[in-house]
Design a protein around this ligand. Structure first.
Ligand SMILES: [Zn+2]
Length: 458
């Protein structure tokens, strides 16, 4: 099976020579030699001629992208939910219908194809916010972590590292038990959730390409006293803790009615904010919410293509970053999978909201897609082209119809504001070349997606 382990002989090293590369100072440098040994970068030398035997990487080479918020099975909804009117809540019913038909084998095939699509788009690490744990009716599989293992295997076969953010999901809404498909998401209580995730983490303790993290689905799905158990689990194991936060105004309203606190306040009061934490969406926030997130340096994961698809709203990204919250990016429901589109949407949505231009520099948006995203997923040693970091190299064409005509001085702005996932022509992930000339090692990813989506939709 293809995986992230480098091929035999790779330990002796491979040298790539980049026409241009984006280096940690936030600048584009020409003629950069990058020596890769095993899964790591061994040396970076700017402004040198191509070393003998080096593999040439055309265009601009970036560090690997971290897709910090994903639900792999939502890929089966693409296109099929666009004919309807409605809201987030009517979309959710269609999402549950797809979830109802999945088992570990179907999920492996769907996730493998979805992660391969991500890989073609330059993603080398995914944060999979995983809540479809059990069989129909909530009956555990023989291995209660069968679905989690399917996702991890899918990521390995597709050539992306994974932070499996195992999600605690206990109630259907505040004060309401799980019902219907939601029964598959639940472990009964947070202690039983923790026991299952502890087993999963233990089985993967030697795996360097996998982080087993924690997630609180939302204030809708985890009562406050249970939230603390999840937060303590994440603290005890020093792993990432993610939560959907204030995606919808109705969620804020119900939370304030029930607890006299906003979702952010509730997470703060129960120990769930901090530098290893990520608030996903954070769309509808108060000034106090922003101060709590920034003061605790909690990451905020913006998912603009999903937020616009679901008519959620526009989050205060610039104010959050200024307040101390690193911004990360996720394709979430996979309405599209294109981290360039997520990155520029953070800036362009802010322009529409404020009717002013120029809130984020391209370098800040690239940082969100790379180093900040990896840090939020428990891989702080990735997302930078420096010796010692994971060898993740994403090369973007600068001669396509979208990018041609740029220069070294404008290359970062060109890729952020005009490139698409289709301009990624080469991807090295953890030292292994998984995309070459726009082709993925798994072959025809379009065909894999067609078959897996058809199977998942039944
Ligand atoms: Zn989500």
């Amino acid at each position: 099976m293809p995986g992230l382990n480098p091929p035999a002989g790779a330990d002796r090293g491979v040298t790539y020579w980049c026409e241009m590369a984006w280096l940690p100072a936030g600048e584009v440098v020409e003629c950069v030699s990058i020596r890769v040994e095993g899964a790591r970068i061994a040396a970076v030398q700017p402004e040198v001629p191509p070393p003998p035997g080096a593999t040439r990487l055309a265009g601009l080479t970036l560090p690997g992208f971290a897709n910090a918020h994903s639900h792999a099975f939502h890929r089966a909804l693409r296109g099929h939910t666009q004919a309807e009117r409605g809201t987030f809540w009517t979309w959710r019913e269609q999402m549950y219908a797809v979830a109802a038909g999945l088992d570990p084998d179907r999920y492996l095939a769907l996730a493998r194809a979805t992660f391969a699509e991500m890989s073609l788009a330059g993603v080398t690490c995914v944060g999979e916010f995983h809540y479809l744990h059990h069989g129909p009716g909530g009956v555990p599989y023989d291995d209660p972590n069968a679905m989690g293992h399917a996702l991890i295997e899918a990521a390995r076969q597709a050539g992306v590292r994974i932070a499996l953010l195992d999600t605690c999901y206990l109630t259907g809404a505040i004060g309401h038990p799980l019902a219907g498909t939601q029964l598959r998401f639940g472990d009964g209580d947070a202690h039983r959730w923790a026991g299952r995730v502890e087993t999963l983490g233990h089985s993967l303790r030697e795996a360097h390409d996998v982080v087993v993290g924690a997630a609180i689905h939302s204030v809708r799905a985890v009562p406050p006293e249970q939230m603390r158990v999840v937060a303590e689990f994440a603290n005890r194991h020093a792993v990432p803790l993610h939560a959907h936060v204030s995606e919808q105004r109705a969620e804020n309203h119900d939370c304030v009615q029930a607890y006299s606190a906003t979702p952010v306040q509730l997470l703060h009061e129960h120990g769930a904010l901090g530098p290893r934490s990520t608030a996903v969406h954070a769309t509808h926030l108060s000034e106090v919410d922003m101060a709590l997130l920034g003061g605790s340096t909690t990451h905020v994961c913006m998912c603009p293509t999903t937020e616009r698809d679901l008519a959620d709203g526009i989050g205060p990204a610039r104010a959050l970053l200024d307040g101390g919250s690193p911004i990360t990016l996720g394709s979430d429901s996979h309405a599209v999978i294109d981290l360039f589109e997520e990155a520029r949407a953070v800036e362009l949505d802010e322009r529409l909201a404020t009717r002013r231009r120029g809130h984020f520099r391209a370098a800040e948006l690239l940082d969100a897609a790379t180093a900040a995203g990896h840090a939020s997923l428990g891989f702080p040693d990735a997302g930078l082209l420096v010796p010692g970091a994971w060898a993740d190299l994403v090369s973007v064409r600068l001669d396509s119809v979208r990018t041609a005509g740029t220069t070294k001085g404008a290359a970062a702005e060109t890729v952020v504001f005009a490139a698409t996932a289709g301009d990624v022509h080469s991807v090295v992930s953890g030292g292994r070349r998984v995309v070459e000339e726009g082709r993925h090692v798994l072959g025809d990813v379009g065909a894999l997606l067609r078959d897996a989506v058809a199977d998942a939709r039944g």
